[in-house]
Write a new protein. Sequence first.
Length: 77
Amino acid sequence: MTENEFQMEPHKICLDQFLKLNSISETGGHAKLMIQNGEVSVNGEMETRRRRKLITGDIVEVDGRQFPVGEFLSFGE
């Protein structure tokens, strides 16, 4: 890698924040409970870690509805 090159890290967001920001949960506390109760899956697998980092391309599923992690992650970190 040359001096002017750098490796970009994908944008990330925590699962609980994703649920709240996309109005999938009513509050952050509700998001935490949904995750702890096994109501949320990521890429087809149940996820119980509320701080699970999501990246563009991940699929969050709640109540049979799928929510792709996508463009909105391009806002600043």
